[in-house]
Design a binder for this molecule. Structure first.
Ligand code: DAK
Length: 256
């Protein structure tokens, strides 16, 4: 099996496990992790022994606390736009359109790109201690990995607008009320709950499930994803982006 620096991979009882393993950075997605995730999802999807994939974060604190702010803070508009497009193709669109069902087991903070990864997954289960949000506008940028589209698709435009414009996190109970996740459990029982769900899925036809994923997704492809990429790139030219990301690194509140 391929060696990964930032992921742990395991296959057991027809379930493929992907654990994002950068706990010191709260599993933030840097470029290398996104590339490794692409490889891992591809490898597990191509392995016909694997019938369901569970993705989670290592440690007790975070699923994924977003894209790696320290990495993207110096990007310009062209880099921002390109990286958004590459990231979506490699990971977010890729996962959404995978033939093998993907369960996101949200064990803690799922923020920005982290929530976007969960949104691209087919089923979301969370620990009752988890917190979710799209804090991008607090950094002077917008969700660039499909969040403006998929969040609204899943929880409705009004709630999505509220979450995106306030940049506030919601707790797990609210996420369940919103239908952002379909099941809550304790952190201790999270993996067991995800495994039970995987076994439930595996009773059904994988070929039909692959077709169903395609069919459900088909009704959601509109220009929105392309417009998001373009506007995301534009955000990198603003003074607010510079201020927002610099304030994060300097551990102070941004002044917009
Ligand atoms: N990136 C890099 N490092 C991060 C990080 C992140 N997103 N989140 C946390 N860390 C690091 C912290 O800097 C800290 O590192 P050290 O200072 O120890 O070296 C360590 O993880 C522990 O974090 P805290 O000390 O902050 O832990 P707390 O418990 O106090 O707070 C927190 C937990 C989750 C509330 C806080 O860490 C936090 O607010 N994190 C940032 C959340 C966030 O704003 N995430 C980014 C959302 S924006 C792009 C495409 C998409 C995007 C960007 C670019 N391109 C294509 C270019 C998407 C952007 C986003 O995801």
């Amino acid at each position: 099996m391929t060696h990964y620096n930032n992921l742990l991979i395991e296959i057991k009882d027809k379930i493929g496990y992907i654990t994002i393993n950068r706990p010191k950075q709260l599993n933030a997605l840097n470029k290398q992790t996104i590339e490794e995730l692409h490889e891992a999802f591809k490898q597990l999807n191509d392995d016909k022994q694997v019938r369901t994939i569970i993705v989670t974060g290592s440690g007790e604190k975070a699923f994924v606390a977003g894209a790696d702010i320290k990495e993207f803070m110096n990007f310009d508009a062209v880099q921002g736009r390109e990286l958004a497009a590459t990231g979506q193709a490699l990971l977010f669109d890729f996962v959404e359109n995978l033939e093998t069902p993907v369960i996101a087991a949200i064990n803690g903070f799922a923020l920005g790109g982290g929530l976007e990864l969960a949104l691209a997954s087919h089923i979301r289960i969370a620990a009752d201690s988890a917190k979710m949000g799209l804090p991008e506008v607090s950094l002077g940028v917008i969700p660039g990995y499909g969040g403006t589209q998929r969040l609204a698709q899943i929880i409705g435009k009004g709630r999505a607008m509220n979450m995106i414009l306030t940049a506030d996190m919601i707790d797990a109970k609210t996420a369940l009320d919103y239908g952002l996740v379909t099941e809550l459990t304790t952190l201790e029982n999270l993996m067991e709950t995800a495994v039970n769900k995987a076994h439930r899925l595996m009773k059904n036809s994988p070929q039909a499930q692959a077709l169903a994923i395609k069919a459900v997704n088909a009704s959601y492809y509109k220009d929105g994803f392309d417009i998001e990429k373009k506007l995301f790139g534009n955000a990198f030219t603003t003074s607010d982006f510079k201020e927002g990301t610099t304030a994060f690194v300097e551990r102070r509140k941004p002044e917009f």
